[in-house]
Design a protein around this ligand. Structure first.
Ligand code: ADP
Ligand code: MG
Length: 698
């Protein structure tokens, strides 16, 4: 039925081997179906042609029609540019080109009527448009006008090879020429009940439409469809767990747990920690598999809860594993646990991508024969080659990337799935939690250990660095240590790394009496470890780093966290970073340094951190200021199906609607037998299969 859409993309007019390759590598487009599902992320409304007299400041891209009245090349060297005055009779704008001057000079003809498109910028007393899109009016009139012009996600490599939004759209048009019909993908009752346009209509309109309303309807339909299948697959997981999953019963509280509790634990647990352990223990005794989310703000003491719960597993004859998001964090957990567990004779091992060769073979061997009782590591733990003797519990620390899909992978590690405890310091909004952690029970640690002094947070502009330096000097003289964090944003790793290295040198100059270390993600693991260890051992007093230290790192003697370019971080992320200090009994400080010139909002955003230490308030504010961007990315990677057009956070209302619709189907057709719903179950299988293929490759 879907045969045409499954055809290789080279089948299309306009796609040869070279293009096929680049479409595959840059956009993951392999088939004609993939191309049709490469949706534009926005549309430019070309319905309106403005008059030059109407132009005002702050306008986005607009269309104008008029003639060029004069052209000249002005300036010297790098300032050379081509300028053309353009009029429609109501005023004049200046068109400017900074590159390919000769080419554009030839193209621009005085007296010819053009339709142009671009963003007007105030320039002296008039407006100018740099590098406008231009078309001769005659050709505009002769082609069928696509009023809502799609804008597709592209990469530099694609545009470099001349593959623009127009080209993508043309390829889609070529595909449509050959398509007889695109089959419906939802059952008719759902389409009707939610007032949706057909799948075919939606695909057509998202690529080719004449009105904003058509585009909206198309988007709504496509989003709903995505969210519906996402919910259908999540609810299916949840259902299969409820009905089928027996868990290993851990009734005993034995020697190891008690030994640790009475002799090793260096402090009294908070009431909140005790409650949570009771809740977890009730789950573990029940005979049903536990799937629990443990939320607790940064520093609330989740690690010790994990350790105690692991000992419950061991007391009942099982192994436990603890999984961390980064190698640094895994190694830190490992070191902490080794030290504590040695005292009660529990064997802890580490498994990360770094553990190689002989050591890896030995670890795997001892894991299989049961000598290792607690395995600490990264994602390497759930790889297929890792076999446990008798895994009873998996603790997953600080991983929003670890959703339904990855947990399912854990289930294969024993004849019954292990109990799962997911720990996070990031409070996530409820609708999102239902989707990402749809089938988890929730426990909360809502108090911090006693005696913590709230961290004092200050916001400074970078020109105030001398004041910061003096404060830091004072802390260093008291014997404390200092983190200095720089942002690292993927898109521009090179520049960021440069900023970090300069920051490192600058710090050495500013604090000549002290030893300065540096860590970043591009270092070799062994170098990273050495730098972290030197800091933990107070051999270096200042650690300059990127956000690799963001989550969970614990050096109690560090009392100052300086965040450079703080404006580039999200609030939740800053809160996490701040949580790296204030871990001892000393007064700690978080210093947010921003550029001297502040963008809108920055002051207000920083002020929230200055005012509160409450993780929930901060997460809410973060969502309000930044929109769902970051949360979206991390949360998405835990989903069983990827979202291309719908947003986890932005479309939360539709998400609820889709969830109800999916629940109705599961209730109405529990055996997946009703003919009217066959279309849904088949489609779900297809989507899961596709997803599996691609995620396996990457
Ligand atoms: P998080 O919840 O952010 O993972 P950690 O588990 O790293 O927090 O704990 C932060 C610090 O608090 C650690 O140094 C830990 O030893 C300490 N801690 C945990 N629980 C208590 C407690 N009940 N009393 C005193 N200190 C505690
Ligand atoms: Mg932690």
């Amino acid at each position: 039925m879907y045969s045409f859409l499954d055809q290789d993309i080279t089948y299309l007019k306009g796609v040869g081997q070279a293009r096929a390759q680049i479409l595959a590598s840059e956009l993951d487009i392999h088939t004609i179906g993939d191309l049709l599902h490469h949706f534009p992320f926005r549309h430019e409304d070309r319905t309106h042609v403005y008059r030059i007299a109407e132009i005002h400041e702050g306008m986005q891209n607009i269309q104008l029609r008029g003639r060029i009245i004069d052209i000249s090349i002005v300036g010297e060297g790098p300032k050379r540019r081509l300028m053309a005055n353009f009029t429609d009779g109501t005023g004049i704008v200046t068109l400017i080109w900074f590159r390919s001057l000769k080419t554009f000079e030839k193209i621009c003809k005085i007296g010819v009527t053009y339709q142009i498109f671009g963003e007007p910028k105030a320039f002296k007393n008039t407006f100018s448009i740099a590098h406008p899109e231009m078309e001769v009016m005659e050709t505009v009139q002769n082609r069928p006008l696509l009023r809502m012009q799609p804008v597709y996600h592209l990469t530099e490599k694609l545009t470099g090879r001349g593959i623009t939004s127009k080209v993508i759209n043309q390829l889609v048009a070529n595909a449509f020429e050959k398509i007889a019909k695109i089959p419906e993908t939802l059952s008719q009752d759902i389409v009707n009940a939610h007032g949706l346009v057909s799948h075919e209509q939606a695909i057509r309109d998202i690529h080719f439409s004449q009105s904003a309303e058509d585009v909206n309807n198309a988007r709504r339909r496509l989003k709903f469809e995505e969210l519906f299948y996402l919910q259908l697959s999540i609810l299916q997981y949840a259902k299969s767990r409820q009905t089928a999953t027996e868990g290993w019963p851990f009734p005993r509280v034995g020697e190891k747990f008690n030994g640790f509790y009475n002799n090793v634990l260096p402090f009294n647990l908070t009431e909140a920690q005790k409650n949570v352990i009771r809740e977890i223990h009730a789950d573990l005794k029940s005979g049903r598999q536990m799937n629990r989310l443990l939320q607790g703000d940064v520093g609330s003491g989740k690690t010790i809860v994990a350790a105690l719960v692991a000992l419950l597993a061991i007391d009942n004859g099982f192994q436990a594993c603890i999984m961390a998001p980064t190698e640094i964090l895994a190694e830190q957990h490992y070191r902490g646990l080794c030290e504590q567990m040695r005292q009660i004779g529990v064997n802890v091992a580490l498994l990360t991508g770094n553990v190689k060769g002989k050591r890896r073979r030995e670890t795997l061997e001892e894991l299989k024969n049961g000598n290792i009782q607690i395995l600490v590591g990264t994602h390497a733990l759930i790889e297929p080659g890792v076999e446990f003797h008798n895994l009873g519990l998996a603790v997953i620390d600080e991983q929003h990337r670890f959703g339904v899909k990855q947990r399912a992978q854990l289930w294969t590690k024993n004849s019954r799935p292990p109990h799962v405890l997911v720990m996070t310091a990031t409070p996530i909004p409820r609708t999102l939690a239902m989707t990402v952690y749809g089938d988890l029970d929730v426990s909360v640690i809502n108090e911090l250990p006693p005696g913590r002094k709230p961290i004092t947070t200050r916001h400074y502009a970078s020109r105030q660095y001398e004041r910061i330096r003096q404060g830091v000097e004072a802390e260093l003289h008291r014997g404390r240590q200092v983190y200095i964090v720089y942002p690292l944003i993927k898109e521009n790793e090179k520049l960021d790394l440069k900023a970090l290295e300069e920051g490192f040198e600058e710090t050495q100059r500013r604090f000549p009496q002290w030893k300065v270390g540096m860590v970043h993600g591009k270092m070799k693991p062994a170098e990273k470890d050495a730098a972290m260890k030197a800091f933990a051992d107070n051999e270096t007093q200042i650690l300059v780093s990127t956000t690799v230290i963001e989550v969970g790192v614990n050096v109690p003697n560090a009392s100052v966290m300086i965040v450079e370019n703080a404006e580039r971080f999200g609030l939740a992320q800053l809160h996490q970073l701040r949580g790296r200090v204030g871990r001892g009994a000393e007064q700690s400080y978080c210093i947010l340094v921003t550029k001297d010139q502040l963008a809108e909002n920055t002051h207000e955003r920083m002020q929230i951190l200055v005012e509160t230490n409450d993780g929930f308030r901060i997460a809410e504010a973060d969502l309000r200021f930044r929109g769902p961007g970051d949360l979206e990315g991390t949360a998405q990677s835990g989903l069983p199906l990827e979202l291309k057009i719908a947003s986890l956070v932005g479309d939360s209302v539709m998400m609820s609607e889709a969830r109800e619709a999916a629940q109705r189907i599961i209730d109405a057709d529990p055996e997946q037998k009703l003919p009217q719903y066959r279309i849904l179950w088949t489609r779900l299988q297809q989507l899961k299969a596709n997803q599996a293929n691609y995620s396996d490759i990457s």
